[in-house]
Design a protein around this ligand. Structure first.
Ligand code: LER
Ligand code: MN
Length: 268
């Protein structure tokens, strides 16, 4: 099992980016703890230098399995389902801007909260149409570069659009692109899925990336999720990607990052 952990390239309001800021110090720490990869959360690719990122991740022997994009929503309000067409277009352009980075690292581009929410007064069917059109445009732009996109079902308290794996699978049918799949996150699954292992099995080869946090969004082992069973089911699907830690920096970031890898290794 390849393990990675979320690292935001800049300070962020997103609480479950375990590590943020101080890029080289954090990369050295992640490598030292034994992680094979680092999932980079990047608000805007224009804020980072691909050459620097490439050199530093190489220096510390870290792969980049995925790029998180949610800060474009959380900190700038960009979304695929905003009633304002200019905002929708800016969100699509922002995601497309991640393609060169994703191509370089062989990373999946995560579509999390940048999909947006159904805003008050907006017909849900209209929001879904905007979402599908945006995902088709981004998947089409990424395909020639062999870049994949993964939409993350997110719990009902954070979005009104695509909360469950089943909704994610239905969306895949509508988008109709081979390079579009899902990111499953155990924290959200614990809230939304009737049975976590069954949902993992149902998603099968469409699982493009995987986030782990425990039931309380602390590091795996700090809550009541059955990770040995969840990870066994994930491996049964043939998943070859990274298991990526995205949890609160509690009781502090260093302890959480250290306990997560210790516990995850003991489960498999
Ligand atoms: C992002 O990966 C995530 O899990 C969401 O909770 C973002 O808010
Ligand atoms: Mn997540």
């Amino acid at each position: 099992m390849n393990l990675s952990i979320v690292l935001s390239t800049q300070q962020t309001q997103f609480q479950a980016a375990t590590l943020s800021g101080a890029l080289e110090t954090n990369l050295a720490k992640v490598a030292d703890l034994g992680y094979q990869g680092v999932e980079l959360a990047i608000r805007d690719p224009k804020l980072v230098d691909l050459d620097v990122l490439a050199a530093l991740t190489k220096k510390y022997g870290l792969r980049v399995p995925a790029i998180g994009t949610g800060q474009a929503w959380g900190e700038e309000g960009l979304s695929f389902t905003d009633p304002d067409p200019a905002v929708r277009q800016a969100a699509i352009a922002r995601i497309q801007c991640h393609i060169p980075l994703a191509k370089h690292f062989g990373a999946v581009i995560i579509i999390g909260l940048v999909r947006g929410i159904i805003k008050p007064g907006i017909d849900p069917a209209q929001a879904m149409t905007w979402l599908i059109e945006a995902l088709q445009a981004c998947s089409r732009a990424a395909a020639p570069h062999s870049v994949r996109l993964a939409l993350e079902p997110i719990n009902r308290y954070e979005t009104t659009l695509i909360n469950t794996a089943a909704q994610g699978l239905a969306l895949i049918e509508h988008v109709g692109a081979d390079n579009f799949g899902l990111l499953l996150d155990t924290f959200h699954m614990n809230i939304e899925e009737p049975q976590i292992e069954a949902s993992i099995a149902a998603c099968g080869a469409r699982i493009f990336h995987f986030h782990v946090a425990d039931s309380n969004r602390w590091y795996p082992g700090a809550g009541h999720l059955n990770f040995p069973s969840i990870l066994e089911q994930l491996s049964t699907t043939g998943y070859q990607g990274f298991v990526s830690g995205e949890f609160l920096p509690q009781p502090d970031a260093d302890t959480a990052a250290r306990k997560a890898i210790l516990n995850l290794k003991s489960y498999v």
